[in-house]
Design a protein around this ligand. Structure first.
Ligand SMILES: Cc1cc2nc3c(=O)[nH]c(=O)nc-3n(C[C@H](O)[C@H](O)[C@H](O)COP(=O)(O)OP(=O)(O)OC[C@H]3O[C@@H](n4cnc5c(N)ncnc54)[C@H](O)[C@@H]3O)c2cc1C
Length: 200
């Protein structure tokens, strides 16, 4: 937006339908955008930027970039090349989803789809982004490895009816005992000493 307002001609290249929150039904916690779908948000943002007539949107995957003399050159998967004086890389981050394909039995809930299908809807990565939509229901957090993660998981207590904490399968003892004891004092939480049982 700032580039557009300075009337700098620019090109935005992105891979169609590949953005981090693509699985979420709605966006939350973003003022004026709360409740919109991620795709609607992108379309609205593009519409606003297009009004300045200095931006070009390109759908494609960048496979290489290099500085050649004074310019940056980028190459797309289909062989198309672009050049510009500046290059901003804003590729975001990628979530590695657990390879759970069958039935996930998480103490109180029987989820009949795999991790990937539930990611962004029934499995939320952040309490603020998707927790409110599951308010007043029991919630399980899996894979806890540190007191920091435990602290973050405890935030679910402000929206969920109860929080069941499960340690990481490989490092069940990494969460300090003191922290575990503290959670037991909080109403509505339970620390389970065994890791989540997964049935494939
Ligand atoms: C399930 C889920 C729900 C979320 N819900 C919320 C929410 O409700 N509220 C909130 O504030 N945040 C939410 N987030 C976090 C939010 O999605 C991220 O903070 C945000 O997407 C980060 O923006 P970004 O531009 O850094 O990355 P992205 O949105 O992922 O954008 C990166 C862009 O780079 C492009 N790209 C990557 N590699 C290439 C390449 N080689 N060539 C061309 N283009 C490329 C991609 O196509 C994409 O357009 C959620 C995240 C997840 C996973």
């Amino acid at each position: 937006m700032t580039l557009s307002r300075y009337r700098r001609r620019h090109l935005i290249i992105s891979i169609p339908k590949l953005y981090r929150n693509r699985n979420a039904l709605e966006m939350h916690g973003f003022l004026t955008g709360d409740g919109t779908t991620p795709l609607e948000f992108i379309e609205q943002a593009r519409g606003k930027l297009n009004e300045y007539r200095v931006v070009t949107f390109v759908d494609g995957r960048v496979v290489s970039s290099a500085k050649v003399g004074q310019v940056f050159e980028v190459k797309l998967e289909d062989g198309t090349e672009y050049a510009g004086r500046k290059l901003i890389i804003a590729t975001g981050s990628m979530d590695f989803l657990l390879p759970i394909n069958g039935v996930l039995l998480v103490y109180i809930t029987l989820l009949t789809s795999g991790f990937a299908e539930l990611w962004g809807t029934d499995i939320v990565h952040c309490v603020c982004c998707g927790g409110y939509e599951h308010r007043d229901k029991p919630c399980a957090t899996i894979g806890l490895r540190s007191d920091m993660e435990l602290d973050s998981a405890m935030k679910a207590l402000s929206v969920a009816s109860s929080v069941h904490l499960f340690p990481h399968l490989e490092d069940p003892d990494l969460v300090p005992l003191e922290m575990k004891k503290k959670t037991l004092l909080v109403r509505g939480t339970r620390y389970h000493d065994h890791a989540v049982q997964i049935h494939y």
